[in-house]
Write a protein that binds this ligand. Structure first.
Ligand SMILES: *Cc1c(COP(=O)(O)O)cnc(C)c1O
Length: 375
């Protein structure tokens, strides 16, 4: 039976149905398994290599992303990104977005110094610019929508161009979630997630994952995890599976609220600019409408009064949590340029808002009073 993704998050990755069987998979805490002689295929040996509590989560994520083999869960999103960067040879070239997750860009810069890797930063919304950068590259790692500017890439065009040139492609799908877009269907070789965000969804675990388009790539990612040791604990993966069960409900709610807040904020007297692909005049709107299901739950908001105005909003909110991170049930916000490492092309006054699942009117009232607090 062909199931819709919102059913898959609930129904996949369950123990086999048998009288008296548990409905949820058990957490198995064991670092080693009884074994002697030659290991047979599928036999567990040692928990850094593989452990059964990972399997249900890896199966559900693979089903959501449309992969034929299990996802590979990692101890963090950055561990997953490190596994993708491991495909870049010494002296190779990697193409990354100019606006992207900070630690991803930092990692690429580190490779540039350590492994003589050339890093090319591109505006992912500019298809010609990205395609021109692909010649001679080893890897292109895309985000769409980007952090924190919410630029939307023409993923099918970029991924096809990468494939034609033999460039390995990866998409960080953290912002959109597999319910918003499936990069493998658009031609990506690899998909990366910070499971910490929407997939786990409750701001209580740090976890990552890679989903590969072929068994060969999946084996290589798995082998990287084993040798580099970036393995998650069974409890964290079990919690992430528990969070994943409500992904469809959470994403539906937070996306609807995000679009409503974007619409209202765009008319607010204390707001200069709002970025959200749901807005008809947003630069990413047409592309997102064509390529994504929904527009995501992250907003970029520039209040009046520059950086001081933005800081005043963060200081005045009572319900919204002033915190980094995103994708949790609770709404949070931060001014991105408070980090000296944030790209200077991100406006000083840009607030990144992660819309959670609270009542939208409560979220609006709190934002409105905080914006009015700007002098
Ligand atoms: C948070 C995040 C990461 C890093 O994930 P961690 O789980 O914090 O290691 C990577 N990419 C994006 C888009 C993120 O939001």
């Amino acid at each position: 039976m062909q199931l819709s993704p919102s059913t898959v998050v609930v129904a996949a990755g369950r123990p086999a149905r048998a009288q008296g069987a548990p409905v949820n998979p058990p957490v198995v805490l064991s670092s080693t398994y009884v074994s002697q002689g030659i290991q047979q295929p599928g036999e567990l040996l040692y928990a850094r290599m593989d452990t059964e509590t990972w399997h249900p989560f890896e199966a559900v994520l693979a089903a959501l992303e449309g992969a034929a083999q299990p996802a590979v869960v990692f101890s963090s999103g950055m561990a997953a990104i490190a596994a993708v960067f491991a495909f870049v040879p010494v002296g190779g070239t990697v193409v990354v977005p100019r606006h992207a997750y900070q630690a991803t860009l930092g990692f690429a810069d580190d490779l540039a110094k350590r492994a003589d890797v050339r890093v090319v930063r591109v505006d992912v919304a500019d298809t010609e610019q990205v395609v021109a950068a692909l010649d001679g590259a080893s890897l292109v790692l895309l985000e769409s929508p980007t952090n924190p500017m919410l630029e939307v890439a023409d993923l099918p065009a970029l991924l096809a161009a990468a494939r034609e040139r033999g460039v390995l492609s990866a998409v960080d799908n953290t912002f959109a979630t597999p319910l918003g877009q499936q990069p493998l269907a658009h031609g990506a070789d690899l998909v990366v997630h910070s499971v910490t965000k929407y997939l786990a969804g409750h701001s209580d675990v740090v976890l990552g994952a890679v989903v590969a388009s072929t068994d060969d790539l999946a084996q290589r990612v798995r082998s990287h995890r084993t040798t580099h040791g970036a393995v998650p604990g069974p409890f964290e993966v079990w919690l992430a599976l528990r969070g994943l069960r409500t992904l469809a409900l959470r994403v539906e709610r937070s996306q609807t609220s995000a679009a409503e807040l974007a619409r209202r904020l765009a008319q607010h007297p204390k707001v200069v600019e709002v970025r959200h692909p749901s807005l008809p005049d947003d630069p990413g709107h047409d592309r997102a409408a064509r390529l994504m299901i929904g527009f995501g739950s992250i907003l970029g908001v520039r209040p009046v009064g520059g950086a001081a105005g933005a800081d005043a909003v963060v200081a005045a909110v009572r319900l919204w949590v002033p915190a980094t991170s995103l994708g949790g049930v609770e709404s949070c916000l931060e001014r991105r340029r408070r980090y000296p490492t944030e790209s200077p092309t991100v406006p000083e006054d840009l607030l990144r808002l992660s819309v959670g699942i609270e009542d939208v009117e409560d979220l609006w009232r709190d934002l409105d009073q905080a914006l009015r607090a700007i002098r």
